[in-house]
Design a protein around this ligand. Structure first.
Ligand SMILES: CC(C)(COP(=O)(O)OP(=O)(O)OC[C@H]1O[C@@H](n2cnc3c(N)ncnc32)[C@H](O)[C@@H]1OP(=O)(O)O)[C@@H](O)C(=O)NCCC(=O)NCCS
Length: 148
């Protein structure tokens, strides 16, 4: 069981920690560690942006499971998901992806996934996304998945 809500200022530290998790950085377009000062500036602005929802997923005891963000680019919403390491490996990813995607139906939703990120590819496929094409971003191979 999990609940999905919009992020607010009280989430600033847990999002920082999850975003700096080694696996999350390794699977991101920019692999560099994030500095706290940069995070504070970014986060405070980012949560005000209602056109690009930023969700926090929690269990029934308000333990932090996951963050999911949507970024609008051209006429698409790019989804980005990461799960707190204590909650990985239980097949929650596809369920979270599926539920948040249903909340955002105005534009096609796409995910860019590194070719070796098997758990992510499996999670998006199980949530109903389909493979669209390969892309090179910053010299690395990604696969683009889309929810039709
Ligand atoms: C990607 C992520 C959200 C998936 O979370 P999850 O739901 O805990 O994923 P699971 O570990 O349950 O794995 C999902 C599926 O991949 C399979 N899998 C996991 N690791 C695997 C591996 N190395 N080889 C083959 N299959 C693997 C699991 O068995 C599961 O398969 P199933 O659906 O058939 O049971 C999570 O790993 C995460 O937060 N990663 C760091 C951030 C990230 O990579 N985000 C995505 C960026 S595009």
């Amino acid at each position: 069981m999990f609940n999905i809500r919009l992020a607010n200022e009280s989430d600033i530290k847990k999002v920082f920690e999850l975003s700096n998790d080694d696996l999350v950085r390794a699977n991101s377009i920019n692999r560099n560690k994030i500095l706290w000062e940069d995070h504070v500036k970014w986060f405070k602005n980012r949560i005000k942006n209602i056109d690009e929802p930023f969700y926090i997923v929690e269990d029934e005891n308000e333990n932090f499971i996951s963050q999911v963000r949507f970024n609008k680019e051209d006429e698409e919403l790019i989804i980005s998901v990461s799960i707190n390491k204590n909650f990985r490996g239980h097949g929650l990813g596809w369920q979270i992806i599926s539920e948040v995607s249903q909340k955002n139906g105005n534009y096609p939703i796409v995910a860019y996934i590194k070719v070796d990120n098997i758990p992510s590819k499996k999670s998006f496929l199980k949530a109903g996304y389909i493979f669209k094409e390969k892309k090179i971003i910053n010299g690395e191979y990604y696969e683009k998945y889309i929810l039709l």
